[in-house]
Design a protein around this ligand. Structure first.
Ligand SMILES: *[C@@H]1O[C@H](CO)[C@@H](O)[C@H](O)[C@H]1NC(C)=O
Ligand SMILES: *[C@@H]1O[C@H](CO)[C@@H](O)[C@H](O)[C@H]1NC(C)=O
Ligand SMILES: *[C@@H]1O[C@H](CO)[C@@H](O)[C@H](O)[C@H]1NC(C)=O
Ligand SMILES: *[C@@H]1O[C@H](CO)[C@@H](O)[C@H](O)[C@H]1NC(C)=O
Ligand SMILES: *[C@@H]1O[C@H](CO)[C@@H](O)[C@H](O)[C@H]1NC(C)=O
Length: 509
């Protein structure tokens, strides 16, 4: 007879481990942000037209995403964030249509333009069978009404909030934009499409939202949430909502100030790192920008937010002009992506950044990705993203107790006007990332050729390193110093060659 202990062990092993994904699980992930309507179509078309300016549905779908998971996974991503999935206003308005997903009316129905409940479940299953995570974008701040001038919504269109008692009274935030109270209680949107603002401070409304999110997460086995418009809600609402979700929550509020954002870092698991977005953009927007603004931004967020390593690091999204709309230099784009993927935090790469898409303000920045053919060789960017994701995953894998790559904080080891070198990790598992805004055709600059002292990198004398983006082998000098030349516009990323086995980089299988 098997011993009791064996039986108990077997029982324990056989209990399916359905565990909600928490902050520690998400920290190691790399997120690809998908605008569902614009990423991929069910019919796999790479020619179906999509006029971004017209703002109509272009045919992207849940099944389309499933069809292209190989592409996302091959780029090295381990999670996707998709557009809000709920049922939207059906109207085509002067403010265009609801293809983006931020104009919900029925929180219990799936947007039929994206697919069915079964399709969404299939997407969740397809991701999980690849050990990838699914992040839902959710809107708890408002519903939407296409009133075309009529300020009284047809409340019966809303589910479950089908009565004015659940909402703040009509007043557009745009009519009183600098009023802090109004920011929380007024309506977003305009007279064409108004966004009736939920009373999230009302316990009944909060409880209905909490019930909804518990069900939504459970029904689709969602691993994490991105929460829209947190500056427009009562901050006391979030801890309860985060707990009801039971999974990692990343709050989104647009600001360039860490001092505005960071107070919310104690209310939610994580935040989208908007202040760093501004620092990144300012550091790389031109060859005459000062890259030290990146260090200022890092210090500012690091010192004011609860945990920068649980924040979403990004340089593009659906609300902002794409990086390449401001500057088309591919070397600058490469440096931006290197910082996004190797900086402190959870990388969030907006679909199409890897294809160097250049749409500016909304709606131009929601291009149909299928028109790029999902090429891995269109520019150098897809393979760059793949290498950076692989290196990050490898450094995570090489972490040892007490020496965790993900919770280590980057240390600037060279800061010039045009070049910045960062050290992240620990001896033997240290990543040295050299970023520059000199661009593809650097003139002569003291920052084009730099020496990183061995005392700062902790590289040893005559240590063999690999520059993992070009797969070039280099050796430090007798004092451990490393010479870095940036005449191609960078970036450069160095890692000890002795530790590359298993990385799937540069021939190390
Ligand atoms: C700010 O907005 C709130 C909500 O609409 C309003 O009650 C209040 O009077 C406004 N404050 C000022 C100074 O106008
Ligand atoms: C979750 O699924 C149950 C059972 O099908 C359904 O009654 C409920 O409305 C669903 N909730 C959401 C938020 O989709
Ligand atoms: C992590 O290490 C394990 C075991 O050494 C290996 O099987 C796996 O492929 C590695 N993963 C990465 C991303 O390096
Ligand atoms: C760049 O900024 C740093 C820090 O603010 C400053 O020390 C440096 O002089 C600046 N460089 C130029 C060329 O203005
Ligand atoms: C660098 O090396 C020094 C001396 O060996 C050691 O004390 C320090 O912990 C190392 N730094 C890192 C980040 O591993």
């Amino acid at each position: 007879m098997a011993s009791l202990k064996t039986i108990i062990t077997l029982l324990v092993l056989c209990v399916p481990l359905i565990q909600a994904a928490a902050t520690a699980d998400w920290r190691s992930r790399s997120i690809y942000q998908v605008v569902t309507d614009r990423f991929a179509r069910t019919d796999n078309s790479v020619t179906a037209p999509c006029d971004t300016g017209a703002g109509l549905y272009c045919g992207g779908s849940f099944q389309g995403i499933i069809n292209r998971l190989d592409y996302i996974q091959n780029l090295g991503f381990s999670a996707i964030w998709i557009s809000p999935v709920t049922y939207q206003i059906p109207e085509i308005t002067a403010d265009l249509s609801a293809y983006h997903g931020y104009w919900q009316q029925d929180m219990y129905r799936v947007n039929p333009f994206f697919g069915t409940v079964a399709d969404l479940l299939s997407l969740s299953n397809a991701l999980h069978s690849r050990n990838m995570y699914l992040m839902f974008d959710v809107v708890a701040n408002h519903l939407a009404y296409a009133g075309n001038g009529n300020t009284v919504p047809d409340w019966t269109r809303f589910n479950p909030f089908n009565d004015p008692k659940y909402f703040h009274p009509f007043k557009l935030l745009s009519s009183d934009p600098y009023n802090a109270t109004c920011a929380q209680v007024c309506w977003l949107g305009d007279l064409t499409v108004s966004l009736p603002d939920l009373k999230s401070e009302d316990p009944i409304v909060a409880s209905m939202l909490n019930t909804w999110i518990t069900e939504l997460v459970s029904n689709y086995s969602v691993d994490g949430l991105r929460i829209d418009s947190i500056f427009n809600m009562n901050p006391n609402f979030f801890p309860g909502f985060n707990q009801a979700a039971g999974v990692f929550c990343l709050g989104e509020g647009s600001t360039n100030l860490a001092s505005s954002l960071c107070p919310l870092s104690t209310e939610l698991d994580g935040l989208i790192n908007y202040p760093m977005y501004y620092s990144i953009t300012n550091a790389f927007k031109s060859t005459s920008a000062n890259i030290s603004t990146l260090v200022d931004g890092m210090n500012s967020v690091q010192s004011q937010c609860r945990d920068v390593t649980a924040m979403g690091l990004f340089s593009e999204n659906h609300d902002l002009p794409r990086f390449a709309s401001n500057n088309g230099d591919i070397a600058l784009a490469r440096n931006v992506l290197a910082f996004d993927l190797l900086g402190d935090g959870i990388p969030v790469i907006y679909y199409g950044a890897e294809q160097h898409l250049s749409g500016a303000y909304n709606p131009a920045n929601r291009e149909a990705l299928w028109l790029t053919g999902y090429s891995m060789t269109s520019t150098s960017l897809p393979s760059l993203v793949q290498s950076l994701n692989r290196l990050r995953a490898h450094a995570v894998n090489m972490s040892t107790p007490g020496c965790d790559y993900l919770t280590s904080i980057s240390v600037p080891i060279y800061t010039g006007t045009n070049t910045l070198a960062l050290l992240k990790g620990f001896d033997g598992n240290q990543v040295v990332t050299v970023l520059t805004n000199l661009g593809s055709n650097p003139g002569s600059s003291p920052d084009e050729q730099i020496t990183l002292g061995g005392a700062k990198t902790n590289f040893t004398a005559q240590e063999a390193l690999t520059e993992v983006l070009s797969c070039t082998s280099v050796v430090t000098d007798g004092s451990g110093n490393l010479q870095v030349t940036l005449n191609d516009g960078g970036p450069k990323v160095y890692y000890p060659s002795a530790g590359l086995a298993g990385s799937n980089l540069c021939g190390y299988s």
